[in-house]
Design a protein around this ligand. Structure first.
Ligand SMILES: [Zn+2]
Length: 195
């Protein structure tokens, strides 16, 4: 199995080279950023951001969706709460990506009738459909991907502790769209404070 071979290669070459770093991580983590992105296999958050283990706390799901609090999505809600209230991250990045299948499904909900869980999940971003209602077909997906990122940034601000950390100047939200074909990242919000 390819993954097991990868583990062996990691243990034989990477782990010894980075032993100091990994030993340090045994005492805890203090990531500066909560990185919320799609489960899409073409995105590698650490590779894209050139970060090391311990530097980004990650939530991944189909379509990088952040449901509003109180909607029963406890896996996501608890992870956001831990990141903000316990780890006290200073940034939350919502990173969408080009060619996102989840957003594509949202634009064609009829195609998801055989996939009830996916249908219900991506429908949480239904407001995006209003934003792109007048877009040309050739730009609709790209615009929906951006609108979907912006919607999640809005949803995050419904979490009381997110809003109060923002108001206290301790937390900033950022929206990105990653194009894996070219490596380009579109910054949809101000990035000036990200060191
Ligand atoms: Zn995606």
């Amino acid at each position: 199995m390819k993954l097991i071979q990868g583990i062996e290669a990691f243990q034989n070459s990477i782990q010894p080279d980075m032993q100091d770093r990994f030993s340090q991580l045994e005492s805890g983590q203090s990531p500066e950023t909560l990185f919320i992105t799609c489960s899409d296999s073409r995105i590698s958050p650490n590779l894209l951001t050139q970060t090391q283990p311990g530097e980004i706390f990650v939530i991944r799901n189909a379509g990088n969706i952040v449901p509003k609090p109180g909607t029963g999505e406890l896996a996501i809600e608890a992870t956001i709460q831990y990141a903000v209230q316990v780890l006290k991250v200073r940034h939350i990045v919502v990173c969408g990506h080009a060619k996102c299948g989840a957003v594509g499904g949202l634009l064609d909900l009829d195609s998801l009738t055989g996939f009830p869980a996916i249908h219900e999940y991506v429908s949480k971003s239904k407001q995006v459909l209003d934003v792109v209602a007048n877009c040309d077909e050739d730009t609709k997906l790209d615009e929906a991907i951006k609108a979907n990122v912006m919607l999640q940034l809005e949803n995050l601000q419904f979490y009381d502790y997110v809003k109060s950390a923002m108001d206290a100047g301790e937390l900033e939200l950022h929206g990105w769209v990653y194009h894996f074909g070219s490596g380009r990242v579109d910054y949809l919000t101000d990035q000036s404070t990200m060191a």
